[in-house]
Design a protein around this ligand. Sequence first.
Ligand code: NIG
Ligand code: FE
Length: 408
Amino acid sequence: MPKLLIRDLRQVVSPAGAEAPLRGRALGELELLEDGFVLCDGPTIEAVGRMNDLGRLDGDVAELDGSGLCAIPGLVDCHTHPAFGGDRVEEFSLRAGGASYEELHAAGGGILSTVRATREAGEEGLRAAVERHRGWMLRKGTTTFEGKSGYGLDRDTELAELRAIRDAGGIATFLGAHATPPEFEGADAYLDFLLAHVLPVAAQLAEAADVFLERGAFDAAQARRYLEACSGRGLALRLHGDQFTESGAIPLAIELNARSVDHLEATGPEGVAALGASDVTAVLLPASALFLSRPMPPGRALVDAGAAVALATDFNPGSAFCESLPVVMSLAATQLTLSPVEALAACTVNAAHVLGRSDRLGRLAPGYAADVVLLDAPDWRYVAYHLGGDVVATVVEKGAVALGRPAY
Ligand code: NIG
Ligand code: FE
């Protein structure tokens, strides 16, 4: 593979320093070079600098003309649900008429309607769905995605989801505890089955486990039992918590040393302070809050309290049919009052931290993965400023052009 030189870039932008996660003031610091280049050696960045400082390059070097473009790190989506069958457009229409997400869920719609469609899709159907969704993400600049199971809720379909995510290049998370399927009497009986018959194999396919800790889903005692069993099988821990109610997700996440607690639309000042003093990353999903007309999570307060904050799409058919991290960055700026710099760090280096990969993903710096997004904009902040705009011109993934202008 020849080296790839991305040259004459208007701006080259990367979260500052080499630390992860970035918190507090450090979250708002940026390295910005004008008239710059990024030199990729195969899948790894070899050098980043100003064109003036670019020496002669020997050997086989392909070039990508970056004039007029701004380079940011490949975006990292650390929370998605891409493996599902069917859609929820009917439910979307009902919600537009006033029905609530929780009511639809309690009536056997919501997540369980996607479970029915996902079981019917079959493994090939799920593979095609994840590939399609992964393609949508790439067009928005996402070069790394995490994907959760949780729409199978039976052994074969949960495992098929995890395989489909992994084989599409995603980082798989086992969300067996997403809802209780109708064939079980209650959540405890379902967990008995899940832990005995699904977890042992799921633990070979996934890197992390996740649980929906919420009224109408799993309570704190059930979540603890599930997460402890998953941790015992070597999985990192995540929680969907405080989406509608504060039901104990934050203290449990801290006690179990979870990687993250995600959502937090219902989190109050005590939860903010607890996360600020902890090593659990707060993953904020403002597209989901918007999509469900819910309050926004307390993003500014979390950053100011010193919490490690990441942003993600929560891409799924029910609560956030949105694969765009640029839209999420816009929402972070307008709704969470994070600066564009903070928003960028939250969906690059801090998201990589949630996935245990901040040593190699999320920065444009030597030694990091050669995942680079080129924006067709006069200033990199257009990625957040141009709400819903198509600013992503080219995506370089592991040193090769995956989308957009070819190298020559
Ligand atoms: O993160 N709230 C739980 N799970 C997903 C939504 C799943 C669905 O509605 O299909 C979420 O919002
Ligand atoms: Fe989610």
